[in-house]
Ligand binder design. Structure first.
Ligand SMILES: [Zn+2]
Ligand SMILES: [Zn+2]
Length: 155
């Protein structure tokens, strides 16, 4: 059977993740619009700066601060090349953190396809996490789709 578009693009995101340079987390993200791949991103350092796998991590409060997250890097790549992300679908090999979720929502990404949703990522299900709910208007948030059966859990 021919694989679905969701499975196809998630496979590409997994391939992109293999380029990540911080081994604390290998994540890949691809942005797709009208079945057209517009940008890719993986966890990595700012271009031209040292990578974790060369010089070690930059741990601050238990997180590695050296790298930008895959989702942010995909949005940055689109911005750098002047490609609109409005209405795009993001395929991500992990569950986006609140910071990346905000970027994706603000960039107009309309749908997220994830390899399973991590517990503690409540913002993916019902809007901002507790403490971030300031009462202001939140624009349309991306719809959530978990990746098709058969992909999740495979590494
Ligand atoms: Zn690192
Ligand atoms: Zn993130």
């Amino acid at each position: 059977m021919r694989k679905s578009w969701d499975a196809y693009f998630m496979d590409i995101a997994r391939e992109v993740a293999s380029r990540a340079t911080c081994d604390r987390k290998h994540v890949g993200c691809v942005l797709v619009k009208d079945k057209y791949l517009i940008a890719t991103g993986y966890n990595g350092s700012v271009g031209g700066l040292a990578h974790c796998d060369e010089v070690g991590h930059m741990i601050v409060n238990g997180h590695c601060e050296r790298t930008s997250h895959a989702e942010a890097n995909a949005i940055v790549q689109a911005a750098k090349h002047g490609v609109s992300t409005d209405g795009a679908t993001a395929y991500i090999t992990a569950s986006p953190c609140w910071g990346c979720f905000k970027l994706l929502a603000s960039a107009g990404v309309g749908r997220l396809v994830l390899r399973g949703v991590l517990p503690g990522r409540a913002h993916l299900r019902g809007g901002p996490p507790t403490g971030h709910r300031a009462g202001g208007h939140v624009g349309p948030l991306p719809r959530l789709s978990e990746s098709p059966a058969g992909i999740r859990g495979k590494r």
